[in-house]
Design a protein around this ligand. Structure first.
Ligand code: SF4
Ligand code: SF4
Length: 426
C-alpha cells in the first residue's frame, strides 16, 4: 500500500513503524474472512482492511481522530486473528496500538465514556481496588436492571458470584523447588487475576516447584500494562511495564532467571512485546531481555516435560485464547500437555474466533461481546465436554458466564494430573 507520510512525520518512531506496516499491506482482503467483527457486522470498516485504511488516513493527515474512526477502531477486539491469516505478515497489532494512542491523545470522548474508561483504567490493574469493586458489583447485582448504561449492566453481570480470599502466594517471595533444582523462574502473578481467581497462581506454583523450579514472585512486579495499553493510555501502560522490567531485571542480576512465566496469555502477549514498546528508551536493552525471557506457562511446561495421569478420563474442550494462538502463536502446547496426561481433548468449530472477552472489550462493547460469547459457548457445548480449559482468565470469566459446564485453567488440570488437588470448579 502506498503511503504519503512526510519526512518530518517519519522522524516519529511510532509513525515510522506505522508506515512500515501500512506499506506491507497489499489490501488483498484475506483477513476479512477471519475477523469476528466483520463476520457479525458485515461492514468493510469493521474489517482489518477497512480499519487499516481508516488508520492510514488518520495518521497520514495528522488530524485529530474523529467519531467514525473511533467507532470502528473501538469495535476491534485486538484478537489478532487477522495477523494469523495475513499472507503478507502485516503487523496489525502495532498499527492498532499506534491508532489507539493517537485516539486517546486527540479525541474527546463523551463524558460517560471518559468516566467509564477512567474507572476501568484506575481499578482493574489494582487488585485491592478491583476486589472492592467486585464486592460492590455483587451487592449491586439484584439492581443491575435499573442501571442506565448497558456497559454498567455488563460490568455487574460479569462480576463473579464468589470473590476468593486474598492468596498470600501472590505476595513477593521465593518458593523452593521440590527435589533437584532445574530452573529459576519469575512468575507474573498479575493484577485482575489475583482478585478473580487465586487458584491459577496457586496451581502454577505447585506445578513448577514440583518439577524442580525455584519460583520467584518479584518484589515490585505487578500489572503488565496490557489493559491500559489497549485503551491507548500509553503513559500508564509504559509506567506499569517499566516497573516490571526493573523488578525482573533486579531479580535476574541478583540470582539469575531462566524464564519469566506468565499464565494469563493476554499479559504474555504484552510482556513479549516490551522490547518493541521500549525500543527508543533507556530501558531498551533490559526490555528486550525481559521480552526474550517471557514465556507462556505451557511453553515452559513443554520444556519441563511433566509426567502424570489424569485422575479421571475427562473430555476437555480446549478454548484457544486469541492472545495465545494469534498473539503468541502458541497453538499446540496446551493441547499436547493435556493429551499427554490422558485427558481427551476436543476443540470447538471456528476455534480461531474470539470469545468476546478481549480485555475490557466485554465491558465497553457489551452487545458485540455477548454475540461472540453466545457463538463460542454454542460451539464449545456442541462438543459435549465435561470441562472447558483455557489459558487466560478473561476467556475463563467470559465463557464461564455463559455456560453451566465448569471452566478451568489448563494448569489446574495438569497440576491435578501430577499430584495437585482436584480443580475447585470441577
Ligand atoms: S490480509 Fe494482510 S495484506 Fe491482505 S488486506 Fe489484510 S492485512 Fe492487508
Ligand atoms: S484484531 Fe480481530 S477484530 Fe481487530 S481487525 Fe483483526 S481480526 Fe478484526
Amino acid at each position: 500500500m502506498q503511503t504519503f507520510f512526510t519526512h518530518e512525520q517519519l522522524k516519529d518512531p511510532g509513525l515510522a513503524r506505522a508506515n512500515e506496516i501500512l506499506r506491507s499491506c497489499v489490501h488483498c482482503g484475506m483477513c476479512t474472512a477471519t475477523c469476528p467483527t466483520y463476520q457479525i457486522l458485515g461492514d468493510e470498516l469493521d474489517s482489518p482492511r477497512g480499519r487499516i485504511y481508516l488508520i492510514k488516513e488518520m495518521l497520514e493527515s495528522g488530524r485529530p481522530a474523529d467519531e467514525k474512526v473511533v467507532r470502528h477502531v473501538d469495535r476491534c477486539l485486538s484478537c489478532l486473528a487477522c495477523m494469523t491469516t495475513c499472507p503478507s505478515g502485516v503487523h496489525y497489532m502495532h498499527l492498532v496500538d499506534q491508532a489507539r494512542a493517537h485516539i486517546e491523545k486527540t479525541y474527546r470522548r463523551p463524558w460517560r465514556d471518559r468516566a467509564l474508561r477512567w474507572v476501568l483504567a484506575k481499578v482493574i490493574p489494582h487488585p485491592r481496588r478491583f476486589r472492592l469493586a467486585l464486592l460492590g458489583a455483587k451487592i449491586a447485582r439484584p439492581f443491575a436492571r435499573l442501571l442506565p448504561d448497558a456497559r454498567l449492566r455488563a460490568m455487574v453481570a460479569m462480576a463473579p458470584k464468589q470473590v476468593p480470599p486474598v492468596s498470600r502466594n501472590d505476595d513477593p517471595q521465593v518458593f523452593a523447588p521440590k527435589g533437584a533444582p532445574r530452573m529459576r523462574v519469575a512468575l507474573l502473578t498479575g493484577c485482575a487475576q489475583k482478585a478473580l481467581n487465586t487458584d491459577i497462581n496457586d496451581a502454577t506454583i505447585r506445578l513448577l516447584t514440583r518439577h524442580g523450579c525455584e519460583v520467584v514472585v518479584a518484589n515490585g512486579a505487578g500489572c503488565c500494562g496490557a489493559l491500559t495499553h489497549h485503551m491507548g493510555r500509553e503513559e500508564e501502560a509504559h509506567g506499569s511495564a517499566a516497573t516490571n522490567i526493573r523488578a525482573w531485571m533486579a531479580e535476574k542480576r541478583a540470582g539469575g532467571l531462566d524464564a519469566i512465566v506468565i499464565n494469563t496469555s493476554g499479559c504474555g502477549t504484552t510482556v513479549k512485546d516490551y522490547g518493541h514498546m521500549f525500543r527508543t528508551s533507556d530501558l531498551a536493552s533490559d526490555a528486550a531481555e525481559v521480552a526474550g525471557l517471557a514465556c507462556d506457562i505451557s511453553e515452559l511446561l513443554v520444556r519441563l516435560a511433566p509426567e502424570g495421569r489424569a485422575p479421571e478420563p475427562l473430555r476437555v474442550a480446549y478454548h484457544a485464547a486469541c492472545s495465545l494462538q494469534h498473539g503468541q502463536k502458541v497453538k499446540s502446547a496446551p493441547k499436547d500437555l493435556l493429551r499427554a496426561m490422558g485427558f481427551e481433548v476436543v476443540e470447538p468449530a471456528d476455534s480461531h474466533l474470539c470469545c468476546g472477552s478481549a480485555g475490557t472489550y466485554n465491558l465497553l462493547q457489551p452487545v458485540l461481546s455477548a454475540e461472540l460469547k453466545r457463538r463460542k459457548v454454542e460451539t464449545l457445548e456442541r462438543r459435549a465436554p465435561q470441562v472447558i480449559a483455557a489459558g487466560n482468565i478473561g476467556c475463563m470469566m467470559q465463557i464461564g458466564s455463559g455456560t453451566q459446564i465448569p471452566v478451568v485453567h489448563t494448569v489446574e488440570l495438569i497440576d491435578w494430573a501430577t499430584g495437585g488437588p482436584r480443580p475447585r470448579a470441577l
